[in-house]
Design a protein around this ligand. Structure first.
Ligand SMILES: Nc1ncnc2c1ncn2[C@@H]1O[C@H](COP(=O)(O)OP(=O)(O)OP(=O)(O)O)[C@@H](O)[C@H]1O
Ligand SMILES: [Mg+2]
Length: 405
């Protein structure tokens, strides 16, 4: 209708009518704007709330960041709750201190609890019980997946380990009848990669004993101040899981000669070793627990750990001879697609000085050479190239292997 409005000379009342219309239009517009405004305010509110959330998150992260940058906390054990405060004993230096705690925290504390303390020795928090520490250092498995058939060239060693570890676990009554104490454990020693760890696992597997593994180096480096306690825990866990085989790998880390360990944690290492010795001596309470330890640094061991009654057998696990190498080659190529030209006897002669671990590496590398050559069958020359590569790789890390004299 408005197309006529402009052309015609409008009388007053009509003009007024159009004014009315305009006002109405404006009012409608105003309403729309108001509702839009309302909407905007809502959105702004939402945004503010969101902003608040981020602000809080930022604060939390800043706080966490600060905490992370703070000096580390120390671990201590609660000795006693007295009226004056809580007596704690710091790990590592064994210093005792009296510290105050809030009522709230006091209720949660008991003797022997582990707590974290700061520089001024105030208790910052209580630590969850040691089971998670245990879990981090110890590996408890019902039965590892290694069997005697996976081990090559160690017949004699295998026989000895079985006699000392398996027999007493399976026929304890025989030892009773004969009237001798069953052997407590064996120490396996020899160069790296010769199958010591494997041997321990295989025994645990064949005996259905629980296998509890602890690495000496972890004990010393990761849990400073807790070594002795962890050794105690180790034997506790074993007692809970009888029959059990405790396997202490890299025992040299805890049982090094006094003169040769120059680390600052020396006293701590000593305490850890003392605890180990006393656990090993506590024969009656040991029950169905056998100990297997391994080291590739036999020369470094403290003689105390080798005294009779501790390890009944010291078993050397040397690098394999040619015959052993041939068997190990066959073991590690069981699932591989090997060409007819491959003579394991010859190969074993060629890879003089190779350890079991080296042979495993050679087999894998040989497979890689075949793949690179776009073949699915592994030929003799692949094994030779692989041996060259493995030797070159180990030359780079020669310093490490030379430590074994
Ligand atoms: N006698 C062997 N027969 C078959 N495989 C072997 C043998 N020795 C070593 N291997 C291979 O090498 C790998 C490493 O061996 P293992 O961990 O038992 O060596 P280790 O003697 O414990 O060495 P380290 O002193 O460095 O701990 C094994 O997983 C296995 O694949
Ligand atoms: Mg090992």
């Amino acid at each position: 209708m408005s197309d006529t409005v402009d052309d015609v000379d409008l009388p007053y009342d009509e003009d007024e009518a159009s004014q009315q219309e305009k006002i109405q239009a404006l009012e409608e517009r105003l309403e729309v704007l108001e509702s839009q405004n309302e909407e905007m305010r809502d959105k702004l509110l939402d945004a503010n709330a969101e902003n608040n959330k981020y602000q809080q998150k930022l604060e939390r992260l800043t706080h966490e960041n600060k905490k992370l940058k703070q000096s580390p906390l120390f671990v201590a054990t609660v000795q006693e709750l007295t009226d004056e405060g809580v007596i704690i004993k710091q790990h590592g230096n064994n210093q005792e201190a009296l510290t105050e705690v809030t009522e709230e925290m006091r209720e949660d504390l008991g003797p022997d609890d582990r707590v974290a303390v700061n520089n001024s020795l105030s208790i910052v928090k209580t630590l969850s019980n040691e089971t998670d520490v245990r879990a981090r250092v110890m590996e408890v498995t019902e039965s590892p997946e290694v069997s005697y058939e996976d081990i090559g060239g160690l017949e004699e060693q295998m026989q000895e380990v079985r006699e000392t570890v398996e027999m007493p676990l399976e026929k304890p009554e025989m030892f009773d009848d004969v009237g001798i104490e069953p052997p407590s454990g064996v120490l396996l020693y020899g160069p790296p990669g010769t199958g010591k760890t494997m041997l321990a696992k295989a025994v645990a597997n064949e005996t259905n004993a629980t296998f509890i593994k602890m690495a000496g180096s972890e004990l010393v480096h990761k849990f400073i101040g807790e070594g002795a306690k962890l050794v105690r825990d180790l034997f506790d866990v074993a007692r809970e899981h009888e029959p059990a085989v405790i396997f202490i790998d890299e025992i040299d880390a805890i049982a090094a000669k006094r003169t040769e360990s120059k680390t600052s944690g020396d006293a701590e290492v000593q305490r850890t070793m003392m605890q180990l010795l006393s656990e090993m001596d506590g024969f009656e309470e040991r029950g169905e627990i056998r100990i297997i330890a391994a080291t590739n640094r036999f020369d470094m061991l403290d003689r105390a750990i080798l005294r009779p009654g501790r390890f009944d057998r010291l078993i050397e696990v040397p690098k394999p001879d040619a015959e052993g190498r041939e068997i190990i080659f066959k073991i590690h190529t069981r699932g591989m697609n090997v060409a007819d030209d491959v003579e394991f006897g010859d190969l074993a002669e060629d890879v003089e000085e190779a350890s079991g671990a080296d042979i495993k590496a050679i087999c894998t590398e040989a497979g890689m050479f075949a793949i690179r050559d776009d073949r699915t069958e592994i030929r003799m020359k692949d094994f030779h190239s692989a041996w060259d590569k493995v030797q070159a790789d180990s030359d780079e890390t020669e310093d490490v292997s030379k430590t074994f004299a």
